[in-house]
Design a protein around this ligand. Structure first.
Ligand code: SAH
Length: 490
């Protein structure tokens, strides 16, 4: 019988881009993914559409019961012949119990591979501007669990206190006073710098600093919560110079991306590049409608107008021969629309300075003659006043819906789950705002404290009508524009 295979994979500390290429491949290949609490959920997007996703998280502390369930799940799914990817925060062998999982897998003779991950013990300090070693300050670093053993056993602090290198404690929040107390008891200088880093490498990263003598008090005052790393030693002070991550433009912001699935990624990656955190909840779906269009009809038009990337994409996806539009004038609104057109090596004949259909129609009239047919390639819901324009300019404007925007109504609980910790919800179209409110069944109380950002005046109007506040509005009507506006508002 095919015994499947298990990949024991480290997923890094939280920043999605700290996933290795190999880990990504294991996610892509998996029939079944078993993941825990500390991983960035966006990683799961790499999974096959039909892969089974099983969440078996333990609340920080390593619970015995849940570990049994994890082991059994890995074995059970692999024995069905599946490729099972076990995704763990950080590295699987650094307090990750990867070894225990392997022992269970081995009992059944199931093949396995280990993919090391970027452990939080070095990367979380790095994201706080603290190098674990530094010339002249620390020649070693030592990583400990902050848990006591089941029988109450504890580290040999007599020995640990004598170490000259950097001390790193994982899972140490609960025992912080025991750790600092014992270090001082055995002779570590009470003035030794201590840093505690909460939710490192994520938009919610928080760093608390103190000395061995006062860190307990400070941590209590700051209400430090796991997951957090305690780092002890002179290197902690380098943060004053080396802090870089928290200075990024969107640091501290968790942003909900409601765009359609295909376009969400582009926006999320800008957010993450700028140090923010993206959560994707696609509230619309784009369906192109040009498949059955008879492109031989196109010759009757003297001018084509585009007002969206999607319109350009759908129109050119099915065009049988580019020469069909060789003599036709082309006009666009929107920088992104123009960019999309450049992908098919077309430079538009005109582009109004402002993003309005009115201006596009007006310029179209300047590039055509009386009675000419003009085709406006747009979406089903895009407002177009073809008739009015036709009369006004003595042309024949027609509209074609090259794509459809379908609102995606999500389950209320799914929306609430996605909203957890989110600071800003972004709407790049009226439809996404509508789908958001509909999914929440009109109950906006759950979104209290969240800010809403709009791509422009049309979407803002819809938001206001729906009872959503418009806290931020983009000046240029693109995903970049909305993110820029968020940065400026901060
Ligand atoms: N295998 C993981 C560690 C698992 S133990 C690794 O290699 O990183 C869980 C502990 O890791 C947490 O209690 C916390 O101390 C630490 N940790 C993991 N991710 C963290 C993060 N993003 N920020 C701060 N601490 C983190």
């Amino acid at each position: 019988m095919d015994r499947g295979k298990v990949y024991i994979v480290g997923a890094g500390p939280g920043d999605m881009e700290l996933l290795t290429l190999k880990a990504k491949r294991c996610v892509e290949e998996a029939d079944c993914i078993v993941y825990d609490r500390l991983i960035n959920k966006r990683i799961l997007k790499f999974a096959k559409p039909d892969a089974e996703l099983i969440y078996l998280g333990k609340l920080n502390t390593e619970g015995g019961v849940i570990q049994d369930e994890i082991n059994q799940t890995l074995v059970r799914e692999a024995l069905k012949g599946k490729v099972v990817t076990r995704l763990k925060g950080g590295d699987p062998f650094v307090f990750g119990r990867g070894g225990e999982e392997i022992q269970e897998i081995l009992k059944e003779g199931i093949p396995f591979e280990v993919v090391p991950g970027i452990t939080s013990s070095i990367s979380v300090p790095a994201y706080s501007g603290i190098p674990v070693t530094h010339r002249g300050i620390s020649r070693s670093f030592h990583v400990f669990t902050g848990h006591t053993m089941e029988d109450g056993g504890w580290h040999n602090f007599d020995a640990i206190a004598k170490l000259q290198g950097t001390l790193v404690f994982l899972m140490g929040v609960k025992n912080l006073s025991l750790i600092s107390g014992d270090l001082m008891k055995y002779g570590k200088d009470p003035e030794t710098p201590v840093g505690i880093i909460e939710k490192g490498s994520t938009s919610k990263q928080r760093v608390i600093r103190g000395k061995l003598s006062d860190i307990v008090e400070i941590a209590a005052k700051e209400d430090v919560k796991p997951p957090a790393i305690i780092i002890i030693g002179g290197v902690v002070d380098l943060r004053e110079e080396f802090n870089w991550f928290e200075k990024k433009e969107l640091f501290g912001k968790k942003i909900l991306v409601t765009r359609d699935e295909k376009q969400a990624e582009a926006m999320s990656s800008i957010i993450e590049k700028k140090g923010g955190e993206a959560v994707e909840l696609p509230l619309i779906q784009i369906e192109d409608q040009m498949k059955d269009f008879d492109y031989s009809e196109i010759k009757k038009y003297k001018c084509l107008l585009f007002n969206s990337q999607n319109g350009v994409r759908s129109f050119f996806k099915y065009i049988p021969d580019m020469r069909l539009i060789g003599d036709i004038k082309i006009g666009v609104v929107g920088v992104k629309t123009k960019e999309e057109l450049s992908k098919v090596k077309i430079v538009p004949d005109f582009m109004p300075g402002e993003y309005t259909g009115e201006l596009l129609a007006k310029e179209a009239s300047e590039h055509t003659e009386k009675g000419d047919n003009i085709l406006f390639v747009t979406s089903d819901i895009s407002p177009s006043n073809s008739q009015e324009w036709s009369v006004k300019y003595d042309r024949n404007f027609e509209k074609i819906a090259a794509y459809k925007t379908i609102k995606v109504k999500k389950d209320k609980n799914e929306v609430l789950e996605a909203l957890k910790g989110v600071d800003i919800v972004t709407f790049l179209s009226s439809s996404t705002a509508e789908a958001f409110v509909e999914s929440l069944e009109g109950d906006l109380s759950k979104a209290e404290g969240v800010k809403f950002a709009s791509i422009g005046p049309v979407t803002s109007d819809t938001m206001k009508k729906l009872g959503l506040s418009v806290d931020i509005e983009a000046k240029s009507f693109t995903a970049e524009g909305i993110l820029k506006a968020i940065e400026e508002a901060m």
